[in-house]
Design a protein around this ligand. Sequence first.
Ligand SMILES: Nc1nc2c(ncn2[C@@H]2O[C@H](COP(=O)(O)OP(=O)(O)OP(=O)(O)O)[C@@H](O)[C@H]2O)c(=O)[nH]1
Ligand SMILES: [Mg+2]
Length: 217
Amino acid sequence: MALIDLSKREIHCKIVYYGPGRCGKTTNLLYIYNAMQSNVRGKLLTIETKGDRTLFFDLLPIHLGKVQGFNIRIQLYTVPGQTIYEATRRLVLKGVDGLVFVADSLRVRRAKNIESMEDLKKNLRTYNLDIKDLPIVLQYNKRDLVKSPIPTLSVEELNQDLNQELKTVAFEACATQGIGVFETLKEISKRTIKYVTAKNLLGASRISMKSNHMARP
Ligand SMILES: Nc1nc2c(ncn2[C@@H]2O[C@H](COP(=O)(O)OP(=O)(O)OP(=O)(O)O)[C@@H](O)[C@H]2O)c(=O)[nH]1
Ligand SMILES: [Mg+2]
């Protein structure tokens, strides 16, 4: 749940990276952590991992600087993508203000992408939230593999599977190389701050995004 502290002039919000197992959620956070200066990001907390599998969640607090006199503090979370951790994913979604759905471009993961999107909708419903009411952006990750012999999905196919209903922006990415990572973060941050301020009757029009803390180094 977003917090707007008028006395400190701070806005806190929570963005969750969702998606199937091994699609690259933790890799996104790692790239952001390594690329941001230490004075604008907190510690990267990875709670329980086994190899590269998240078993609980990752958390990275970042400070986007001042926007119209308000300090913007965002907590980035990832969920564990493996099917069995449904209860944990639901827990991590509590109080979410914005979502990044990371999809895997590998063709063999097609059904898992769709299953994860359905799982997200279902988990949101437990908090009386409709996916269409929240800021959400899509990220089609592992686009580097399109040039490899491994079968991958086209952007059209990914849109067909995941974006027919949402009709939101989708970024092509290669999280291991940082391609598309900050573009995704910037867009979801912008949408989330607008959503949070509008919801809290601060007047979204008063907040325009001019933070330059997210410029890639
Ligand atoms: N080729 C390629 N590999 C990637 C890319 N992004 C992530 N990976 C690899 O995919 C594997 C899984 O990445 P993670 O970031 O751990 O995946 P996750 O979504 O956090 O997985 P869970 O924690 O199980 O939900 C790792 O070996 C990454 O290096 C990418 O853009 N291209
Ligand atoms: Mg992970």
